[in-house]
Ligand binder design. Sequence first.
Ligand SMILES: NC(=O)c1ccc[n+]([C@@H]2O[C@H](COP(=O)([O-])OP(=O)(O)OC[C@H]3O[C@@H](n4cnc5c(N)ncnc54)[C@H](OP(=O)(O)O)[C@@H]3O)[C@@H](O)[C@H]2O)c1
Length: 332
Amino acid sequence: MKALQITKYGEIKDSLKIAEIDTPKISGSEILIAVKAAAANPIDYKIVQGHLKDLLQLDFPVGIGYDVSGEVVKVGDEVKNFKVGDEVFARVPQEYMGTVAEFVAVDSKVVAHKPDNVTFEKAASLPLTGLTAIQALEKVNLKKDDRVLIHAGSGGVGSFAIQYAKSKGAIVYTTTSTKNLDWVKALGADRVIDYKKEDYKEVANNLDIVFDTLGDDYTFEAFDIIKEGGRVTTIVGPPDAQSAEQMGIENYELPEKLAKLIEKKSAKYQYTWMQPNANQLTEIKVMVEDRTIRPTIDLVYSFEDAIKAYEYLATGRAQGKVIINLAEILEN
Ligand SMILES: NC(=O)c1ccc[n+]([C@@H]2O[C@H](COP(=O)([O-])OP(=O)(O)OC[C@H]3O[C@@H](n4cnc5c(N)ncnc54)[C@H](OP(=O)(O)O)[C@@H]3O)[C@@H](O)[C@H]2O)c1
C-alpha cells in the first residue's frame, strides 16, 4: 500500500516521503480501515520538526497522521461492534500512528461509526480536535452561563470548541484575525475579537474560563482576565503536575511564574493531553448529526499533495481543518 512516512527529523519537505509498504496485519481486537480521508494536525508537523523528541520514541521510517475516516475492510476475531463495510472515524492511539496511508490498523476500542450526514472528509476533520476540545473543557467543568474565552476560534480546535461551548450554554468570546471574523461569528461565538484591531484583554475579562490554544504569553495573560477562582484550561502551556506525571515526565515542577499566578488568583489550572475515546467520538457523531456541530474544512489535498497540506498547516494560518483525501488512490 502507499503511505506517507516520516523518514527523519527536520523540515517537512525533506522529512516526509511517499513509500510503498506492507498493508498492516490485524489481530484479535483490531480492525483494518480502508482510509478515505485523513486530517493534518499541528502535532504531525511538530513531530516531524522534532519538537516531541523527548516524549515520543520513534523508529524511522514511521507513518504520519492520527485522524482517519474510512471503511472497515477486515475485523479481528474478538471485534463485536464493527463489521466489514461499516463507515467509521477515529483518532488512532500513538502505536497506530500513520493514517495518511491506504489502510490503517487500529484497536476497535477507540473507533466509532462516522456521522451519517457528512462526507468522509468532514468526518476525518473531527476526532483529534473534537476530543481535545471536549476533554479540555470538561476538565474545567464548563457549564451553562460560564463566560469563556476560546483563543484561535478559526483553528481546528477553536472552531470545534466554540460550537461545543455554545451547546453547553456558555457565553463565548473568541479571538481571530480580521479575515476570519465573519465565518467564526457564524459558528455561534457571542463576541469575536479581532486581535489585529482590538486588545482581547480589554474586551474579555472577569471570565470564568480561558481555553488557551496559543501558549507562551497567552498562558500567563489568561490569569489577568479570569475572575478570582477562575479556571484556565490549556493544550499548549506547561503541563500541570498531574498531567506531567501521566505523560511520564519525571521530576516535574510547574514554572514558578505560573505557580504564583495560580495562587494569586486562587485559580484552577489544567493541562490536557488528548486521549482517544470512542464514547466521546459517538457523542461527536450525535452532535454532528443533530447539527449542533458543523465540521469546518479549509482545504482538501490529494494524497500526492499531502506534503503540501502539512506545509500549509504549518504556516499557522489555516481556516479550520486541512484534509488529505485518500479515496482516490483506493479507486485507481
Ligand atoms: N495537548 C493536546 O492534546 C493538543 C491537541 C490538539 C492541538 N494541540 C495544540 O493546540 C494548538 C492549536 O491547534 P489547532 O489544531 O487548533 O491549530 P491550527 O488549526 O493550526 O490553528 C490555526 C489558527 O490559529 C489562529 N491563530 C494563530 N495565531 C493566533 C493568535 N495570536 N490569536 C488568535 N488566533 C490565532 C489562526 O488564525 P489567524 O490566521 O486569524 O491568526 C489559524 O486560523 C496547536 O499548537 C496544537 O499542537 C494540543
